[in-house]
Design a protein around this ligand. Sequence first.
Ligand code: SF4
Ligand code: SF4
Ligand code: SF4
Length: 332
Amino acid sequence: MDQKRRKILQLGLAAASAAAPVSALADSQPDAAKSPSGAAAAANPDHVGVLYDTTLCIGCRECEAACNRRNNLPRTPVPFSDREVFRTPRRPSDTAFTVVNQYQGSPSTDQAAVPYTYCKVQCMHCLYPSCVSACIVGALTKAADGSVVYNATICLGCRYCQVACPFEVPAYEFNEPLKPRVRKCEFCTDREKGTGANPACAAACPTEALVFGRRADLLATAKERIASRPARYLNHVYGEFEVGGTSWLYLVGRPVAELGLLPLPTQAPPARTEAIQHGIFRYGLLPTAFYGVLAGVMWLNHRRRPDDEPGIGEVSDEASGGQAARDEEVPR
Ligand code: SF4
Ligand code: SF4
Ligand code: SF4
């Protein structure tokens, strides 16, 4: 019986150690990217961003067209000058990494003659990205300049990133049968050439509603604009604190909820989820516990079986005796 117990325990431990690399992978991500308490990510002065002033956006969709070209996305069925698309609010997709939506009403109180407000949506390049935190193989990472980039070659297709993103951004290529990818704005980073963020949408914007630069500088600019034009702007830079802060910052003249932007808490989701996840997975505790329970169930099953019944990989005394007798009968 002792031998049986050892075999079962070995089986459980072997299975647990096979599962352990998954938790090890979760721990292999760069600290600044994965840890909501890693102040390096937030304090990094080299992180870039975009300041998007919704009160300057005219809904021309030049940013969408530039994004489509830069990322070699499929041709759209209608030209980008078509304003019929504004009939229904849109979300970023696997074929459109950014979209502009139109909302009834003027962008701010000092623009009463302007009938609509426009709002552009894309990946916010969070300072503490939930998608990076959720990805167990490190297919999503935060680059040195703050861009959140994706590596399709190691992606498992589990789509945890989709579920984790508080802005509901990552899209999946459901129509791609062979090697579907997660698609989202990568800040126009060219990882093959090793270049950093270089947003085509900001370069294409004719009204400078989109301004690319260092996040710290953009934040200072946003606050200057708010201070100098209180009738134009609400005293709120969307992205300064939401979910721990984002690289894209929005200046608004009306409540964000009216512009399809989700009112979000200031705490980064990974601060909560990683504390639980790392506690459970550290040293492979969860898989070890799981396979330990499995081993226990198997051991109990073996105990219940009558002693004369053969175990896994064993033969009964009767059977082995019979075989020995037959062996003796065979002339050598
Ligand atoms: S907006 Fe979503 S996809 Fe983009 S970095 Fe943040 S969590 Fe990741
Ligand atoms: S930064 Fe690049 S990928 Fe992202 S929305 Fe702008 S053009 Fe598209
Ligand atoms: S290009 Fe600029 S003005 Fe035109 S829709 Fe995009 S953000 Fe707005």
